[in-house]
Ligand binder design. Structure first.
Ligand SMILES: [Mg+2]
Length: 419
């Protein structure tokens, strides 16, 4: 048995609306929604608790919301700002634990197992984080606590969002009396169609699934859903029991142990894949150059991005472990491209981040059967030398000369500021 973990899923309440209320203290006691005020048929993207208390709901039309709540203040969304605040919150979390994983723009997983020693309880730590995030961003956090990611997420969605403290712990001692009586549609990842299947199968509550022995549950799922349903059956059964061995995968920055680089972009300009991938390539070139200068190579490549089309916004941070450590541009680029293509939702990109972690010294360069890595390493080291002597702009890949290339622009900056 692996040691029991303590995991938080922290959700920002009415995230976009809370960011706007923090920026507009004059609306403090007024109902506020985020949406396009110039379009009556536009959609409410977020509503503050005061607006919600007056019947305003997300995803309804502005005119419907205004009919219920005529004094509603509707503020135009600033998605780039929300992504920045989301990153700021990640930074706060990272001061408590290295293991922070963004799940969406307003939800992040934290593995705090190693940080609990300094606190009376997990609840006390949760409270402290709530206060710090509220003070620095104006966003009220709801903290679900559990021994697995699925338990923490369930604790937030079903309980912490609904109580006054905003903190709830779900564990194997209270799961039977808290989670299992709930209707199955309240289980994570169960949509209405699936809930109907479970109802027909005679399993109306989460506990009905959890209490059915797995082989029996699989058999009933096969009868209802066909032969291919075994994996799905296992997933639902484990979810109902809170079983989820997946680790909290640290996000995109880990300053001490990584070489990383990021770039904030004007999302309105970076919506075409080739342009975005070009920026990614520039980041790879820069990170690999820094790694070589430090005499380091890394085994884990991470790509993070924030994306928005003005109405929706996503964040992700994903990583990949390579068969061997590297600081070679083409190897890091190949894996970062795979990550980006797999996890990008396709919206314009507002920031991009790349890091190389699990570092080791690069004095031993592994040779592989298929390419002469030592030779490429020497070639890249020589390029580094020329860059160092004549500036980054001296050698740039031809692609950087395209309009979207940001390397030239970056060469004219020091630490992100123009020289
Ligand atoms: Mg939220």
């Amino acid at each position: 048995m692996p040691p029991e973990r303590t995991i938080f899923l922290i959700d920002g309440q009415s995230f976009y609306a809370s960011c706007e209320k923090a920026a507009h203290p004059e609306y403090r006691n007024r109902p506020v929604a985020v949406g396009d005020p110039s379009r009556p048929s536009g959609i409410v993207l977020a509503a503050c608790p005061i607006a919600k208390a007056r019947g305003v709901t997300t995803a309804e039309r502005n005119f419907t919301a205004l009919a219920k709540c005529p004094e509603l203040v509707i503020i135009r969304p600033r998605m780039q700002r929300y992504i920045e605040i989301s990153l700021m919150i990640t930074k706060i979390f990272e001061s408590y634990t290295e293991l922070v994983e963004p799940f969406s723009i307003d939800e992040q997983f934290l593995d705090v197992t190693g940080s609990l020693g300094r606190y009376k309880s997990a609840e006390e730590l949760a409270k402290q984080i709530q206060e710090e995030v509220l003070l620095s961003t104006g966003v009220w956090s709801r903290v679900g606590i559990g021994p697995s990611k699925i338990m923490a997420k369930t604790a937030t969605d079903n309980f912490a969002k609904k109580n006054d403290t905003g903190v709830f712990r779900l564990d194997y001692n209270n799961i039977e009396e808290t989670l299992w009586p709930l209707p199955v549609h309240q289980m994570f990842m169960v949509a209405s169609k699936m809930a109907t299947h479970f109802a027909i199968m005679g399993l109306p509550t989460i506990g009905d699934i959890a209490r059915t022995p797995l082989p029996e549950f699989k058999r009933r799922m096969r009868l209802r859903m066909g032969k291919q349903s075994d994996i799905q059956a296992e997933y639902y059964w484990q979810t109902a029991r809170g079983i989820d061995p997946s680790p909290v995968t640290p996000s995109i920055r880990n300053e001490l142990k990584s070489v990383s680089h990021g770039k904030t972009l004007r999302a309105s300009l970076y919506f075409r894949r080739p342009d975005i991938e070009l920026v990614l390539q520039e980041l790879v070139i820069e990170v690999c150059r820094r790694a070589r200068r430090l005499g380091k190579q890394g085994r884990v490549v991470s790509v993070g991005a924030g994306e928005t089309d003005g109405e929706r916004a996503y964040r992700f941070g994903r990583q990949m472990t390579l068969p061997h450590a590297t600081n070679l541009t083409h190897e890091v680029f190949a894996s970062s491209l795979r990550l980006f293509r797999e996890y990008w939702h396709g919206l314009p990109v507002a920031y991009l981040h790349l890091s190389l972690t699990q570092l080791s010294d690069d004095n031993v360069t592994q040779l592989t059967l298929f390419d002469d890595r030592a030779r490429i390493h020497d070639l890249e080291a020589a390029t580094d030398m020329i860059k160092e002597r004549y500036g980054s702009a001296a050698i740039m890949r031809a692609s950087s000369l395209q309009e979207a290339g940001v390397a030239r622009e970056r060469a004219g900056q020091i630490g992100g500021h123009y020289k």
